[in-house]
Design a binder for this molecule. Structure first.
Ligand code: 5RP
Length: 232
């Protein structure tokens, strides 16, 4: 299986954990899209669930597939969130936010009894950090905030370029919550737990893409099939 087939296989296997009546968080990105499409097919066959999307993009897709939707204000407690990741390690610590949806993804995942991560084999790493860590930042004073992020990160052994994300036209990228994303090319992150907490203490940082202690299970597609990793 190639990478996209691995993503799809992981997404389809996640359906095994979905039961009628569940309230589901719907992730963002190409892997999550495979899940939403597969879920939409089950809904057409009669499966009754309610979905809470983690982005405008996912909401539009789910709506087009006829998946009944809600939001966290009306449906504050979810059974399972299924979402992709940019990187995961064996302890199920994640880097997310490549698609710019990390804030809503974290809010939805932590409103759920379980987060199931779906990914292709390339996402499983021994040490997080090859993928630049996305950090969501309030536009006001963002340059100061970015300097503080660099200082804090260096105290955790993380150096490397911190770049404000741009869209395909070179204009600043805005999240669904109208914030900026800074991508931090730290390389290996020796202490993800410490770095995540320290970044979030900086005024102006809304949240960062490290998901620590949130995922309960990962389904990883491989060339030979899917593997399940469960949180200890
Ligand atoms: C979006 C995310 C995605 O889950 C992550 O970027 C993985 O994307 P893909 O499934 O397309 O590889 O965190 O904010």
């Amino acid at each position: 299986m190639n990478a996209d087939e691995q993503k799809r296989a992981a997404a389809v296997r996640a359906l095994d954990f979905i039961e009628p009546g569940m309230k589901l968080g719907l992730g963002t990105g190409s892997t999550a899209e495979h899940f939403v499409r597969a879920l939409g097919a089950r809904v057409k066959e009669g499966l009754e669930i309610v979905g809470v999307p983690t982005s405008e993009r996912t909401g539009k897709l789910a709506e087009s597939l006829g998946i009944p939707l809600s939001n966290l204000d009306d449906t504050p407690h979810l059974d399972i969130t299924v979402d992709g990741a940019d990187e995961l390690d064996i302890e199920l610590r994640l880097i997310k936010g490549g698609g710019g949806a990390l804030l809503r993804e974290k809010i939805v995942a932590t409103a759920s009894d379980r987060m199931i991560v779906i990914a292709d084999a390339s996402k499983l790493v021994s040490t997080l950090g090859a993928f630049p860590l996305p950090v969501e930042v309030i536009p006001f004073g963002c340059t100061v905030t970015a300097h503080k992020m660099a200082d804090v990160a260096s105290a955790f052994g993380c150096t490397g370029r911190i770049v404000r994300r741009a869209d395909e036209y070179g204009e600043p990228f805005f999240t669904d919550s109208e914030n900026f994303i800074y991508d931090c090319a730290f390389g290996e992150i020796p202490d993800p737990d410490g770095l995540a907490a320290a970044l979030n203490r900086i005024a102006g940082v809304v949240d960062n893409g490290l998901f620590i202690g949130i995922a309960a299970m990962a389904i990883v597609g491989t060339p030979a099939g899917t593997n399940i990793i469960e949180a200890k």
